[in-house]
Design a protein around this ligand. Structure first.
Ligand SMILES: [Zn+2]
Length: 126
């Protein structure tokens, strides 16, 4: 499952961050996920417990910040909210656009038990 490999990727990032910070485990992890990133949140929630079991993320609070899709129309040069990849521009009905937000898939931050409080995670974009 697609979301399982995403979850395992997040576990990898968390492992590395824990090693670097010499922390035993993670208290909370904040993920930034765009609505156009192609991630089914329900599926991610579903696979999460199995993915984090026995890892540094077991028991960590999972915070997800969803990002709305935003595009710039290449025909009329206006920005608009994008719900789906193939939506047309609401101003001119044009289909040529540049997606400027909504494809995020990042580990935004993690909070460790040791040594101190929130350490910014290395931002990783797929
Ligand atoms: Zn337009």
């Amino acid at each position: 499952m697609h979301e399982m490999s995403i979850a395992l990727g997040i576990v990898n990032i968390a492992n590395k961050a824990c090693e670097e910070a010499q922390a035993a485990r993670i208290d909370s992890i904040t993920l930034e996920i765009g609505k156009l990133a192609g991630v089914q949140l329900e599926s991610l929630y579903f696979v999460w417990p199995a993915a984090v079991e026995g890892t540094v993320l077991a028991g960590a609070e999972r915070i997800i910040e969803e990002r709305e899709g935003q595009a710039l129309c290449l025909e009329c040069d206006r920005e608009f909210a994008l719900q789906h990849h193939f939506d047309a521009c609401p101003h001119c009905q044009g289909y040529f656009k540049k997606i400027i937000a909504g494809k995020e898939l990042n580990v935004k931050s993690m909070a460790f038990t040791l040594p101190d409080n929130p350490v910014p995670a290395p931002s990783k974009t797929r």
